[in-house]
Write a protein that binds this ligand. Structure first.
Ligand SMILES: O=C(O)CCC(=O)C(=O)O
Length: 288
């Protein structure tokens, strides 16, 4: 009997996007793997930038007392451009939200020795609509170093995306540590109770990044229009421009004088006129 090659075996064994989405629907999360070489490159870039930019702890409970945090990663190095569009991650995001999903934020979080538990929260905590509900955000925590219970692995409460309320910061009952090797990505429903873990090691740093998405009609956590130089955006691949909001939501929302933001900054890939889908005079069967 012929045996499958390693590639065939992996493709036979790897769960489909539908299966991964079913897992997220049930338990609120799944974990995927990225290429080790990409992971090394991202980790090296974060380390270099932290030193070059002299990134220091921001000294509050949300951002940490011994955590080096960097926001707006896409503006800081092109290595990060690969993250939001990664093919192991983006199909899960669009499966949970839809194809008009936006990138909400990009943050590197390097948790240092002695850091406290961050405080349980959800990234949807500012949304005041009743819970439980369909995901309005998707949180992807990239383990750029190994994540262990001791060095500050993300804590989360499986199934809490179905809770009917937000957690209190000290509400850690049922929380588990997302222990995972470097190169893993924890993909979570935005309603999941989670937080950065405490780092009880003497000298290990836990390097992670949160690449966060939201539905296309929502205000993003980080403001890309002002955070990214337009000439840099114009050089990005089309899918990344769309995730940053340079296209139009459903062919209409977010225009400037009838044009997409991409058209205004000279980004050819996302140049679009609003309501193009109504250009035919017939009202039969047309939509964005
Ligand atoms: O660093 C982590 O593991 C999670 C951090 C987090 O949830 C946040 O900053 O909102």
């Amino acid at each position: 009997m012929a045996h499958p090659s390693a590639n065939e075996f992996n493709s036979v064994m790897a769960p489909t996007v539908e299966q991964q989405l079913a897992t997220i629907d049930k338990q609120g999360y799944t974990i995927v793997q990225i290429e080790p070489e990409l992971n090394r490159r991202l980790a090296d870039t974060v380390k270099r930038l932290e030193d070059e930019l002299d990134v220091r702890p921001k000294m509050n409970r949300a951002e940490g007392y011994n955590t080096r945090r960097m926001y707006n990663l896409l503006a800081k190095d092109r290595a990060f451009w690969e993250m939001p569009v990664h093919d192991q991650v983006l199909p899960l995001v669009t499966g949970l939200l839809d194809k008009w999903a936006l990138l909400s934020g990009t943050t590197a979080m390097n948790i240092g020795p002695g850091e406290d538990l961050q405080g349980m929260h959800t990234d949807e905590g500012n949304i005041t609509l009743p819970r439980p509900r369909a995901a309005m955000m998707v949180v992807t925590i990239w383990a750029l170093s190994d994540f262990t219970a001791e060095n500050g692995a993300t804590r989360f409460v499986p199934g809490s995306h179905r809770a009917d309320r937000e957690p209190r910061p000290d509400e850690t009952d049922g929380a588990i540590a997302a222990e995972m090797p470097a190169g893993s990505v924890l993909v979570m429903h935005g309603g999941m109770w989670h937080c950065g873990g405490p780092n009880t090691t003497a000298a290990q740093w836990r390097m992670g990044a949160n690449i966060q998405y939201c539905v296309g009609w929502m205000r993003t956590q980080q403001n890309h229009y002002l955070g990214l130089p337009p000439e840099q955006v114009a050089e990005m691949p089309k899918r990344l421009q769309q995730l940053l909001g340079y296209g139009l939501y459903r062919g209409a929302m977010g225009h400037i004088e009838g044009l997409s933001p991409g058209a205004v900054i000279g980004a050819e890939a996302t140049t679009q006129r609003a309501y193009q889908y109504t250009e035919t005079r017939s009202i039969q069967g047309t939509s964005a």
